[in-house]
Write a protein that binds this ligand. Structure first.
Ligand SMILES: [Zn+2]
Length: 76
Protein backbone atom coordinates (compact mmCIF):
# COMPACT_ATOMS: atom_id res chain seq x y z
CA UNK A 1 0.00 0.00 0.00
CA UNK A 2 1.35 3.36 -0.96
CA UNK A 3 0.66 6.42 1.08
CA UNK A 4 -2.00 8.18 -0.91
CA UNK A 5 -1.49 11.88 -0.46
CA UNK A 6 -4.13 12.63 -3.08
CA UNK A 7 -6.85 11.53 -0.73
CA UNK A 8 -7.26 14.02 2.07
CA UNK A 9 -9.53 11.73 4.04
CA UNK A 10 -10.13 14.59 6.37
CA UNK A 11 -13.09 15.08 8.64
CA UNK A 12 -16.30 16.36 7.17
CA UNK A 13 -15.90 14.72 3.78
CA UNK A 14 -13.86 17.45 2.17
CA UNK A 15 -13.78 17.50 -1.60
CA UNK A 16 -10.70 15.88 -3.01
CA UNK A 17 -8.74 19.05 -3.46
CA UNK A 18 -5.35 19.44 -1.88
CA UNK A 19 -4.90 22.08 0.77
CA UNK A 20 -1.74 23.95 1.44
CA UNK A 21 -0.16 22.72 4.64
CA UNK A 22 0.79 26.25 5.59
CA UNK A 23 -2.01 28.64 4.72
CA UNK A 24 -4.71 25.94 4.64
CA UNK A 25 -6.11 27.26 1.41
CA UNK A 26 -7.03 25.07 -1.51
CA UNK A 27 -4.29 24.51 -4.02
CA UNK A 28 -5.91 25.17 -7.34
CA UNK A 29 -5.17 22.88 -10.24
CA UNK A 30 -2.17 24.18 -12.13
CA UNK A 31 -0.87 26.22 -9.25
CA UNK A 32 2.81 25.70 -8.55
CA UNK A 33 3.29 23.48 -5.56
CA UNK A 34 6.14 22.10 -3.55
CA UNK A 35 6.21 19.05 -1.40
CA UNK A 36 8.08 19.19 1.86
CA UNK A 37 9.44 15.95 3.18
CA UNK A 38 11.58 15.65 6.24
CA UNK A 39 12.89 12.12 6.01
CA UNK A 40 14.30 11.98 9.47
CA UNK A 41 14.76 13.97 12.57
CA UNK A 42 12.47 15.58 15.01
CA UNK A 43 8.82 14.68 14.94
CA UNK A 44 8.02 18.38 15.00
CA UNK A 45 9.66 18.73 11.62
CA UNK A 46 8.05 15.67 10.14
CA UNK A 47 4.71 17.20 11.04
CA UNK A 48 5.54 19.80 8.43
CA UNK A 49 5.57 17.19 5.71
CA UNK A 50 2.98 17.85 3.11
CA UNK A 51 2.01 19.73 0.03
CA UNK A 52 2.36 23.48 -0.09
CA UNK A 53 1.94 26.32 -2.46
CA UNK A 54 5.30 26.94 -4.02
CA UNK A 55 5.62 30.24 -2.21
CA UNK A 56 4.41 28.89 1.12
CA UNK A 57 6.96 26.08 1.04
CA UNK A 58 9.91 28.36 0.54
CA UNK A 59 10.55 29.36 4.15
CA UNK A 60 10.15 25.75 5.22
CA UNK A 61 12.47 24.50 2.52
CA UNK A 62 15.10 27.00 3.58
CA UNK A 63 14.81 25.77 7.16
CA UNK A 64 15.17 22.24 5.85
CA UNK A 65 18.28 23.21 3.92
CA UNK A 66 19.77 24.77 7.00
CA UNK A 67 19.01 21.66 9.03
CA UNK A 68 20.54 19.43 6.40
CA UNK A 69 23.69 21.52 6.52
CA UNK A 70 23.79 21.36 10.30
CA UNK A 71 23.51 17.61 10.13
CA UNK A 72 26.34 17.52 7.64
CA UNK A 73 24.22 15.65 5.17
CA UNK A 74 26.00 14.57 2.03
CA UNK A 75 25.30 16.65 -1.04
CA UNK A 76 23.33 13.88 -2.66
ZN1 LIG B 1 -0.25 28.19 0.85
Amino acid sequence: MFMDTANPGGPGGEPSQPHCHSCQRVISPGEPTAEVRFEEGDERFRMLNGLYHDGCARPILSVKRALDMLRGAPGA
